[in-house]
Design a protein around this ligand. Structure first.
Ligand code: C5P
Length: 300
């Protein structure tokens, strides 16, 4: 028997970052939105841990870390340990989320693995326990479980669903060269200095989501990691300029980058903006609706 679970990419509509904590993480006040790019994770019975990776066109696969360096193996072992069972599994990941792009693709895989193995091994882990295990695996993993739109506090792992009445469309522009998340946070520390205020989610963003109004959302987007990421990767400024020229309502870096998201009015507008970028020879361009569901079992 195998179980396939689908998990979505995330975008931070707002990413407010505070001063670095003693444990090296940064306190966040973020609003996550799950967008329609997906990884599918298939778990099957096996005596030994094994991970296989395949991908959609234009998604480059780097080296697959083996053993405990691989987040899905860590997820599987953590779930087994939580239940005091000694089991392994083989995990096949089919990637539709660009790798190392600031879209939390690895976190989506970890969340999908927790859900798939919970089902494969008939564990029926309560949601609160799955969320806690997810938080131990990475800051973005709990959000990948719940999906849709949510506020994230703590280092990002404390999630609460949020009212979102929008029917949003994004153009997603990937980049060949990844960006290291810790390096972007370090650049943030250097840029922002010591007197960083405690981060907050702005009221106008919550209003934009409740009204479902793209113009209001365009004016409410914000990402504190954008300036330091652009300082590390000045070439990305061209993608911002090209998105604006193509008529996007707003252009913002996804998390720590390098993926750039462009807000559109509706699906036809998203196709138009994507077409304009493809005409300029961008070859990693996707359109994605949002919000979409968190990690869920696919049934055929
Ligand atoms: O939690 P996760 O493993 O995804 O974080 C990866 C890295 O990103 C951390 O090691 C840390 O350098 C940085 N990070 C941070 N503050 C956060 C989340 C991540 O500094 N809130």
């Amino acid at each position: 028997m195998t179980i396939t679970v689908r998990a979505a990419a995330k975008f931070n509509l707002h990413l407010g970052v505070g001063p670095v904590r003693e444990d090296g993480y940064h306190p966040l006040a973020t609003v996550y939105q799950a967008i329609g790019l997906y990884d599918d994770v298939t778990a099957g019975e096996s005596d030994a841990w094994d991970v296989e990776l395949t991908a959609e066109d234009h998604i480059a696969l780097g080296e697959i870390p083996s053993g405990d360096d691989n987040i899905v193996i860590r997820a599987g072992k953590l779930l087994a340990a939580h239940h005091g069972i000694d089991r392994a599994a083989k995990i096949a990941i089919h990637k539709g989320i660009p790798v190392a792009g600031g879209l939390a693709g690895g976190s989506a895989d970890a969340a999908a693995t927790l859900v798939a193995l919970d089902r494969l091994w008939s564990l029926e882990t309560p949601d609160e326990e799955l969320l806690s295990l997810a938080g131990q695996l990475g800051s973005d993993v709990p959000f990948a479980l719940i999906g849709a739109t949510a506020v994230g506090g703590g280092r990002g792992e404390l999630v609460e669903p949020l009212t979102d009445n929008g029917d949003w469309w994004w153009v997603v522009v990937g980049n060949e060269q990844g960006l290291s998340t810790p390096a972007v946070y370090r650049a943030f520390d250097e840029h922002a200095g010591a007197d960083v205020a405690d981060p907050e989610v702005p009221e106008r963003l919550l209003i934009a989501l409740e009204k479902g109004d793209p113009e209001l959302l365009a004016a409410a987007l914000d990402n504190d990691l954008q300036t330091p990421a652009l300082a590390l990767r000045p070439d990305l400024a061209q993608t911002f300029a090209d998105g604006e020229e193509a008529g996007a309502l707003a252009v913002q870096l996804s998390g720590s980058g390098p993926t750039v998201l462009m807000l559109c009015r509706d699906a036809p507008h998203a196709r138009e903006v994507a077409g304009a970028l493809q005409a300029k020879s961008y070859d990693r361009v996707w359109t994605a609706p949002a919000p979409v569901a968190g990690a869920h079992v696919l049934t055929y």
